[in-house]
Write a protein that binds this ligand. Structure first.
Ligand code: DGL
Length: 262
């Protein structure tokens, strides 16, 4: 049990924003990062097809890596497949990522919150249910960006991304009505925190950009036994891609996160 890794799953590089927090809290753990780049982007997939794909993928992942716990570091994946994963693999603990609507509703002063996600996540019943359960007293604006996840993939690889294009994607998050302005934008796609500084610079007014990565890492930490022994050497941490060996820029990115591309 003790040497079992934590498996972190996303459609692409977004889960790295969660991995970096998880590493801080679980320095003794080995990590396996899995990017379903062959299926990227998840935002435009039909729900049933995406759910089946993810449940099938985990069949092999659980067998090959025997993880102690899995973090589904992708809102688009977890909101559609979280329940199915738990039903299909009852022996495994899945820590999910869902839009941080509850903490946003607790923190907003203006009562206006926006959720910046993929088109898939904003369509989900799961997201609507979160709003009904926790934010019925707020005005919630759902913004499903068809392009931002791709832009974030490019941005972290050092490719140019135009300010105008980013501003057009985040613009609908900024709502001003009856003298009240949006004061919190939930980053409901794990790719987006990589661009938070760009968002801040291009925002028409300052808002709190809510990134749930640390909360997800804390949840995972709380579910795994703590080990008092030495740090786990990062050289053992792996990154795997469903599309096969990734390009040089991606390999360099993974290496910069201390992940060996397998
Ligand atoms: N990182 C994923 C999320 O949190 C989505 C990116 C994609 O469209 O595949 O929703």
């Amino acid at each position: 049990m003790d040497d079992q890794p934590v498996l972190v799953f996303d459609s692409g590089i977004g889960g790295l924003t969660v991995l970096r927090e998880a590493r801080v809290l679980m320095p003794e753990r080995r990590f396996v990062y899995v990017a379903d780049d062959a299926g990227f982007p998840y935002g435009g997939w039909a729900e049933d097809a995406l759910r089946d794909r993810i449940v099938d993928l985990f069949d092999g992942l659980l067998r090959d890596h025997d993880p102690a716990l899995c973090i589904v570091a992708c809102n688009t994946a977890f909101t559609v497949a979280g329940a199915a994963l738990r039903a299909a693999y009852p022996g495994m603990t899945f820590v999910g990522t869902v839009p941080a609507i509850k903490p946003a509703a607790e923190r907003t002063r203006s009562g206006r919150v926006s959720v910046l996600a993929t088109p898939g996540t904003v369509r989900r019943d799961y997201t609507r249910d979160l709003i009904q359960s926790y934010a019925s007293q707020c005005h919630v604006t759902l913004v499903g960006s068809p392009r931002l996840a791709r832009m974030a993939e490019a941005y972290v690889r050092g490719l140019p991304v135009s300010d105008e294009a980013v501003a057009a994607e985040i613009g609908p998050c900024f709502v001003e009505e009856d003298g009240a302005r949006t004061d919190i934008v939930v980053l409901a796609c794990t790719h987006y925190p990589f661009m938070a500084n760009v968002f801040r610079r291009l925002a028409p007014w300052p808002v709190d950009w809510l990134d749930p990565a640390e909360a997800i890492a804390r949840r995972a930490r709380s579910l795994l036994p703590r080990r008092a022994d030495a740090l786990h050497p990062e050289e053992d941490d792996l990154a795997l891609f469903t599309g096969g060996r990734p390009d040089f820029a991606t390999r360099r990115l993974m290496n910069s996160f201390g992940l060996k591309v397998g």
